[in-house]
Design a protein around this ligand. Sequence first.
Ligand SMILES: [Fe+2]
Length: 354
Amino acid sequence: MAPPDTADTTSERQAFNEEIKSLSAAPLWDQYHGVLTPEPEVKGVPHIWKWDGIREKMLRAGDLITAKEAERRVLMLENPAYAGEAKATETLFSGIQMILPGEVAPAHRHTPNALRLILEGSGGYTSVNGEKTFMEFGDYIITPNWCWHDHGNEGDEPVIWQDILDLPLVRSIGAIFHNPYPEDRFPAGPPEGDSLVRYGSNMVPAEGLAPDRLASPIFSYPYARSRETLEKLAKTTDLDPYHGLKMEFIDPTTGGAAMSSISTFLQRLPKGFKGERYQTTEGCIFTCLEGGGRAVVDAGGTETIIEFRPKDVFCVPCWHPFRLEADEDTYLFQGTDKVVQTKLGLWREKRGNA
Ligand SMILES: [Fe+2]
């Protein structure tokens, strides 16, 4: 028989809760509906980091600290709801990093996966396990987890890029490891650009691949190539009413996502595009490479309008309905946690109001 809901019972339950605290236990029944919500409830909020302001402070940071001293001279793009937690979304970190001419960001490796999206400057490079790739505007570079990597700038102007890492995800699992390399630079390995030449033409070596790869063997996806693909497709392809024209970067050896924990996309919205309402469990980080427009995000019944221009970064957290509009032909890079959610059977989307 169920106990009567009386004041006596209430005080008895409170006393019981106090008793079990000493056992490091707590009653699930008091929190049940907060733990298992009917739909996702996340703390993150939609937000935009405007390029002009971030760039100015990034250049100022160049006067304050060297890349070597900082190990990585990065301004973290923190979601306002996660201040101090190094999170842009529930699972992804993002930051803006700068290397000045002649500087080296010393070699290290870590368990979080990282990507770079180049926003400004020429002559910068990333080296992954000793293979250098030079980076130009819009290029997307992968540094897979536990690969040695260093960055440098052989040009004559600051090189600035966006980082996206699965750091919050890996931290939530508890599996953060980080090693500095004893020298600034990892010893030179394959010739510059070797991976793209070897794996970037729909061919793989006939003798097969090293079995331990968890990420695409192409670690550099030049913007010139991917942009040209979307530009050509735009002339012959019907637009998706939600995404415009959206292509995913893949690992050519598997057909799956280019990275094991971050899905990456390039999206083209034609001038005048007005997307329909879309909702997904992915936590999305967008970077405007060209063009401009807005994301209209439903944040708990309140519309947040995010006006974006080139090099602005903005996020749309998990399960926040949003739609995209473009004032001119627009190219957006996108990093999300879709690949992880898909592997865990969690990924969902809702198109329109249905
Ligand atoms: Fe790193």
